[in-house]
Each structure stands twice: as C-alpha cells, then as structure tokens.
Write a protein that binds this ligand. Sequence first.
Ligand code: ZN
Length: 388
Amino acid sequence: MERTIKLKLELFDESKETLRQTMVLSNQVFNEIARYGFDNQTCSKVSVHHATYYGIREKHPELPCSIVQGIRDVACDALKGLELKKLPKSKPFSAIRYNKRVHRINLFKQTVSLSSIKGRVAAEFSIPEYYRQYLNWNFKTSTLSYNKQQDTFYLHVTIHKLSPEPIGDKVLGIDRGIVNIAVTSNNKFFNSKPVKNVRAKYAFLRAKLQSKGTKSANKLLRKISRKEQRFVSGVNHCISKEIVSMPFDIFAIEDLTSIRVQSRNKGIDFTRKLNNWAFYELEQFIRYKAEAMGKSVVSIDPRYTSQKCSACGHIDKGNRKGHLFKCVKCGFQMHADLNAARNIAVLGISGNGRLTVTQPYIACDEVEAREGIDTEHSDNAPHFIVRS
Ligand SMILES: [Zn+2]
C-alpha cells in the first residue's frame, strides 16, 4: 500500500540556491544519459551504467555518485516507458527523484536532509494534521519539485506500509453469551462477578423506573442506560484486549445476525437490545485490536454451534441442557459455552463455515473513517441503540 505526501520545505536562501543548481545539473545529466540510451537503443541499467557512469563522474565530480545512479535509473525507466521510440527530455527545473540513499527524512522530527552538489542540505517541514496517520509508515523514494513563481521546493514523499507478514493458522474460537461474556476454545471463561452484579443492579433500577413511567423517571432511565453502556464498553475493551493477545493468529467468531444469539435472550426488549449491542461492540473491538496486531478475524456460520458435539460431531437439540452439554450419542460432557467455542474454532480452521474474513491491514482510506469508531456504531452496525 502506497501513499504520496507532499511536504513544503523550509530552506535558507543559500540552501535553495544549492538545490536549484543540483536540480539543473541533475536534469542536464538526465538528458545526457537518456541521449546515450536512445542513440544506442538500450534501456538496460547495466549497459547504460557502464557506458555513462565514469564519464559523468569525471565531468561533474560535484554531483554525488548516488544521485548519478538515481538519475540513471530514472532515465532508463523513461526510455523504457517510451519504448525507445522517443527521446525523453528534462527541463532545467523538472522534478528530480531522490532515492532512499540520497535523502534522510525524519517524519517525527519533521526534518529532511538531501544530497546536493554541496553536500547535505537540511530542510524542515511541517506535517499537516491529515498526514499524521502515516507517521509510522516506511518511506522509500521522494521527488523534489520546484515552483519557480513561489520560489518554493516541495518534497513528494512516497511512503508505504509493509505488507502483513504471512499470518499463521492457529485458530481461536470465541463464543459470546450473556452469563459468560466470552468463552474461548482454549478453556478461558470471561465472566466476572462485578459485571453480573453491576448489570443486575442496573436491571433492577431499570425495571423500577420503567414501572413508574413518569417524565423524570424516563430521564433518569436514559442516564443510567448511558452509564451502563459505558460500563459494558469498558468491560468489552478489557476482554477483547486479553483475547487478541493470546497466541493465536485467527479469531473465529459467530456472525452477529446469529439466530442463537437472539433467541438466547428472550428478556424484555431493552435487555435484548443492550445485549445485542454489547455483542456487536465486543466483536468490533476484537476486530480492531486483532487487525492492529496483524491478526485476522473470521466470521462463521452460527448454525448448530451449540447443538453439535465437539467430540463426535453429532448434532442434536437434546445435547444441550442449560449450561451443560451432554452428547446423546457419545456421552461427551462439557460446559455448553466451551463446547460451542470449540465448534466455532473448528469452523474457523476448516474454512467451511467461514462467512467473511477480515484480513489485517485495511486500506488506509478507511482508517480515518474508523477512528473514533470504538464507541460509535458504524453504518453496518445494527441500529438498536440503547437510547429510548
Ligand atoms: Zn458426541
């Protein structure tokens, strides 16, 4: 993934003059090299190098050798681009390319040093707010351009994000629920007494306020709903962080439009909405945090994950009795949520039940849109917010 950012350089007048001279000479050398390639009908970097390099170094010793090499590459690319049918020409102030060896850029300190005919030229720049998201990207080449009217130099920096390492294939299944917020296929249960207590307290308060039905009661109801939301978000943050830190590469999670998730909580409408919202939020958090770590998340088809025996594969409604899973065929017993998490992991491994795969590293155009999403609902989120 590549982006080019344009930086306006702050330079002393003396440095500007040096860069102008460097630019003019570079373009002159470009024309010399291009002329050789065109006359000899070659765009091979090796043969052009052997034929022109030493002559140019002798003629223009002030031009650093790495710049000469860079110009040669650009000239050969230009010849190739024109299929040797036309002679590429540069004007005195045409933009020149700086490869990694001839300039040093520090996006954090906002400084750059550029090779020139008089050694290194230092310049400063300020990074617009919009570009800050690119600060930790790698840069490779830059192009220096000059605006004569404004007497201003611009550096067009090409930056790229390293493509993700090939991810491993260790899959963790995650089952979400009410009692256990999450159960993972490596036998971890995420439920805590404080969570239950707090949510029970809110449920009690809510029921009481709802029965009153007065204006002030409704106002208070909204207030405690927001409070509960924030509490749930905090818990989701902690759980998701712990889950994605586990030594797994792929996290398998049930699709949110899961029938089971919905039918599991036949409470009052409000509770169901809040729980759906909490499930969705936990999933979003897991996705963002996993992506940040270069791991991926797969959505799997939720059908039968709670009825299927993770030992023998037998599917039967009678396999499940409350929190206990007991296979009617092979007698295998396990906590129902853990059994489901294991089935989810298997579906994530086989790929058969996979619905969608979120690969790490999204296009950076989306990054902006995602910022701040942590507590908001994105467009594809179910829009049942806990505001009444
Ligand atoms: Zn079984």
